[in-house]
Design a binder for this molecule. Structure first.
Ligand code: IPE
Ligand code: IPE
Ligand code: MG
Ligand code: MG
Ligand code: MG
Length: 296
């Protein structure tokens, strides 16, 4: 059962995404359709939710409506990464968000290009939308952090490490670094975007950053666990793929039971970072619990 706060806000994100993709340009068919297909296929919308919750945790009066369009950038970027992650040359998956993957429907070339276009669109949104009072200086700072999170020091580096670690024996530090880059970096950015937009103090920034780093690792540990334990109906993707492809995952390295313990520890650590931090922790705690207990 979905947490009611998470449910309410993800509905608003869902609505904004639908609106964003309501217009299609027939001159480059099927590009817009392919982009919309994967974005609107569902998904937990955890990353924009995190931005919302950080934004609110800094000031209860902050209205997420002011930043909703900007948070869509993260979801588009994330969706590009999923489309490419599923390609035959990468994880070769045919099911995503409960539907055939992008390349299964539109073919590999369009899937690659739809991913490319979503990537650019994310930058466009970060450059052109957001609260009126945002300064150019702050926007450049946000964009710089975004590049760090998604590029060759962040998510892409993580994806390369993930492919390189197939059928390899790697140690726990290597696996942690891989996960922190592949999944953690964008989650960390999502949190820090909320902090930037809410004009967080330095101490709030450090609490939120530390929280999001634990949350990001937690997120991927749970993703690894779910690949082993969840059903295809729950997951909306094919379970058992990690083992099949010899992926280096936490369950492979330390076993299921210890991976669950690690997830519990990461959840506790995330919460600890925001306690006594001059933040309204309620929503951030809810979100961490959701990430720990999610079944998909
Ligand atoms: C899946 O991300 C890929 C990872 C980074 C682990 P999500 O679990 O957030 O996927 P959606 O967006 O809900 O489909
Ligand atoms: C995907 O990680 C991470 C990115 C897309 C950056 P996984 O390969 O574990 O994600 P799933 O399990 O296919 O969703
Ligand atoms: Mg992958
Ligand atoms: Mg994958
Ligand atoms: Mg996975």
């Amino acid at each position: 059962v979905k947490n009611p706060i998470v449910a309410k806000w993800s509905e608003r994100i869902e609505h904004a995404l639908k609106e964003y993709f309501s217009k299609k340009d027939p001159s480059c068919e099927p590009l817009d359709r392919a982009m919309a297909y994967s974005v609107l296929a569902g998904g937990k919308r955890i990353r924009p939710l995190l931005t919302f919750m950080v934004y609110k945790s800094i000031n209860e009066k902050n209205n997420p409506t002011d930043i909703i369009e900007m948070t869509l950038a993260i979801e588009l970027l994330h969706t590009y990464s999923l489309i490419h992650d599923d390609l035959p040359s990468m994880d070769d998956d045919d099911l995503r968000r409960g539907k055939p993957t992008n390349h299964m429907v539109f073919g590999e070339a369009i899937a690659i290009l739809a991913g490319d276009a979503l990537h650019s669109e994310a930058f466009e949104i970060l450059i052109k939308t957001g609260p009126k009072q945002i300064t150019a200086e702050k926007r450049i700072c946000i964009l710089g952090e975004f590049c760090d999170a998604i590029g060759h020091r962040g998510m892409v580096a993580g994806q390369v490490m993930d492919l390189g670690a197939e059928d390899q024996e790697i140690d726990i530090d290597h696996l942690q670094l891989l996960h922190r880059r592949k999944t953690g970096a964008l989650i960390r950015f999502s949190a820090r975007l909320g902090a930037h937009l809410a004009d967080a103090t330095e101490s709030q920034f450090s609490a939120i950053t530390a929280y999001s780093e634990e949350l990001g690792l937690l997120f991927q540990v749970v993703d690894d666990l779910l690949d082993r334990e969840a059903s295809v109906e729950e997951l909306g993707k094919t379970p058992g793929k990690d083992m099949e492809q010899g992926k280096s995952t936490f369950p492979k390295l330390i076993g299921m039971e210890e991976s669950r313990c690690l997830a519990d520890q990461l959840y506790q650590k995330a919460i600890l970072h925001i306690q006594n931090s001059n933040l309204n922790t309620h929503l951030l705690e809810e979100l961490a619990l959701f990430v720990r207990e999610r079944a998909y």
